[in-house]
Each structure stands twice: as C-alpha cells, then as structure tokens.
Design a binder for this molecule. Structure first.
Ligand code: SF4
Ligand code: SF4
Length: 358
C-alpha cells in the first residue's frame, strides 16, 4: 500500500491555490507520535510504498533521513516544491525512487501561482539532481488553473528536457467554487482543445518511436488495457492512505478532516483500512466508472462545486478517455512493429502518487 507520511504541515511557500494551513483541522505542525510506532505500523504491510508529504516535507529533512534509514519500503517517493532539495544529502536523494517536483509550466505561470523566483529555483535544483547522478524518476507535477494554457505549459516542460514524466492535476473541487477562473466553462473548453493537441503530439512522437512521459495519457492507457484496477485511480481509501502528524490515518492526503478519518497507527492494522471510505454515487452508476474510477475520492465525497460543474469536468474526462481508447489499435500496431514497447508506454509501474486522471 501507499502511505503518504506527512512529516510536517508547514510550508515555505504560499501558493495561490493552496490554503497553506500549518495546522489543518487541529493537526500538529510536526510529527507528534513516536517514529517507532510508524515503523511498527508500516512493518505490518507486506508491500509498503512511503511517500514523503506535507506541507513541504523537506522542512523536516531529518525525519525523512530517519525514515529512509529505519523503515524499509518497496519504494520511496518524495512530493516537494523543489526549493529545498539540497537539504537532503545526495546519497539520500538517490535512494528515493520517484521525486515529484511542483512546477506549473512557463516561468510567468509558475511564479504567478507559486511566488517570484520559484521557477528558476526549481529548474536549477532539478538540474542539480541530474548532476549528482540521480537516476530515479523525476516527475514535473503541475497544478493547472485559471492562468494555465495546458498545451503551452506542458510543451514547455517537455522541451526543458529535464523531467522523465509530466503529470498535471486540475485545480478543481479542492476549495470554494472556481474563483481562480474568469469563466470556468470557457476555460475548460480551451483546456480540452489543448489536451487534444497534446495527445496528437504524444501519438505522433510515439509513431516515431519516442515515448514522451505524459502521465495522464500513459496512465489511462494502462487502465484501459489492463483493466481491473483500483478506484479511484489514485488509490485513496483503497490502496493509498495519509498518515498525519498526529498518527491519525486518513483516506486522502489532502484532507485530515473527520470525514476522511479511517484509523490511527497505534490502534489500526493496515489490512483493516481499505474500503472504509469508498467512491459512491454518482460515479458508481456512471458508464465510465470502470475506466475513470470516479477520478477523485475527495471530489466525489465533498461535491464542493455542485453537480453541474462536477459533470462539466466529467465531460472533459470522458472525452480524453474516449480519445485514448480510439488510439489503442494504432498503438498496438506500433508495439507489434517493435517501434515502442509496452514497458515504456504503460505508467506508472507502481503507485508513485500520480493520480492518473487530471
Ligand atoms: S466521469 Fe464523472 S461521474 Fe463518471 S466516474 Fe468519472 S468522475 Fe465519476
Ligand atoms: S485525486 Fe482526489 S482523492 Fe485522490 S489523492 Fe488527489 S485529492 Fe485525494
């Protein structure tokens, strides 16, 4: 299972789309339980993946070092804003299998959302990762909001040539209705057009034998081909859980609220947690449930923007799934011609916190 271990709720940035709340729902700013309890809890999961999460996890770099040294896991993952990457010594950075660095696209957009100078700092630190011989998976983790142009921003990150994969998540349903968009519906229409262009680009490159690491396309393709996967695709409440600074366990990493509380590391067994909170209507009755998986447990449960806007995003999701489905026969041909391999195309190889459906 994937364990998002929140090592601190504190963050050194103050991004426009984030509350930056160092004590959400009264949780302690720093880990308040004994780390040996965490070790004991995770040791009872036979295939643990540990994702260091926050806040900004590198503010608690000593805790990360302790966990890397003391708690065995199949994979380690770090989700970071990328500013403090050099706080972890190179030998520890190299032990992390996937490092997801937040960057939203071109400099103007990244700095507008995340703060002046963030883009340059992140790009410089990712280049540093390469210099120290980091050979894991570096994922550009984009938040796509009202000032984003999905085609321009993704292509910019592709052309930088420093990321193995690029993943984006829509800034929808996380807080009050869409105040970071001038007109959400028309923005979404432009977004869908941009994603179509990106998919054309991705498939053209595939036809030339180059697999561009665009996670939503690769992840949806994997779901469509292999089927039988966890719902929602991020695994929340089924195969992925967040351990907050108090030791409480929640179904989704973004919300330590009572509504998502499923246990505590001192009192729960890992095997008891899956399914306590699961995707419900309207997704369970949707004809795309087998491929979309309900997209996001948090959105499904909170419906913060109401049904109409929820279904608008669904239309974008369904459109993308249908388009990728339509490419499958051609992609099969490319693979059977030996131009590309399924191993390179299908992603992620394990739950590395990329949620698949944007
Ligand atoms: S398309 Fe919408 S309603 Fe259907 S499963 Fe996905 S999120 Fe749920
Ligand atoms: S996609 Fe939704 S349910 Fe999954 S981790 Fe993100 S916010 Fe939580």
């Amino acid at each position: 299972m994937l364990w998002f271990v929140v090592v601190t709720w504190l963050c050194n940035l103050n991004c426009r789309y984030c509350g930056n709340e160092p004590n959400p729902y009264g949780e302690p700013t720093w880990i308040s339980y004994d780390l040996k309890e965490l070790k004991s809890f995770i040791s009872r999961d036979s295939e643990p993946i540990i994702a260091f999460y926050g806040g900004e996890p590198l503010l608690a770099h000593k805790t990360i070092i302790w966990i890397l040294d003391n708690i065995p896991a199949e994979h380690y993952v770090l989700q970071t804003n990328g500013i403090l990457l050099r706080r972890l010594p190179p030998e520890y950075l190299r032990r992390i299998d996937t490092i997801l660095v937040s960057i939203d696209g071109v400099r103007e957009v990244t700095d507008y959302y995340r703060g002046e100078g963030v883009y340059d700092a992140v790009v410089s630190n990712v280049r540093y990762l390469r210099r120290i011989g980091y050979s894991g998976d570096i994922v550009a983790r984009m938040t796509v909001s009202g000032s984003s142009d999905i085609y321009r921003d993704v292509m910019h990150l592709v052309n930088l040539g420093i990321f193995d994969h690029i993943h984006w998540q829509l800034d929808v349903f996380f807080d009050a209705p869409p105040h970071r968009y001038d007109d959400f519906s028309s923005w979404l229409r432009q977004y869908v057009k941009g994603v179509d262009l990106l998919l054309d680009f991705w498939f053209n490159e595939l036809s030339r034998g180059r697999v561009v690491g665009l996670v939503p396309f690769q992840g949806i393709l994997k779901i469509l081909l292999l089927g039988n996967y966890v719902k929602p695709p991020c695994g929340s409440g089924q195969t992925a859980f967040m351990i907050s600074t108090s030791g409480k366990i929640f179904a989704c990493p973004i919300s330590p609220s009572e509504d998502f509380l499923v246990g505590h590391i001192a009192r729960s067994e890992p095997r008891e947690l899956p399914g306590k909170i699961a995707i419900g209507p309207p997704c369970t009755g949707c004809e795309f449930f087998t491929s979309c998986g309900g997209r996001c447990l948090y959105a499904n449960k909170t419906m913060l923007w109401g049904e109409n806007l929820f279904y608008e995003v669904c239309r974008a999701t369904k459109h993308l799934i249908r388009r990728i489905e339509g490419l499958i026969p051609k992609i099969r041909r490319l693979v059977s011609d030996g131009l590309v391999s399924w191993d390179d195309i299908l992603y992620p190889p394990y739950n590395n916190t990329t949620e698949i459906i944007p």
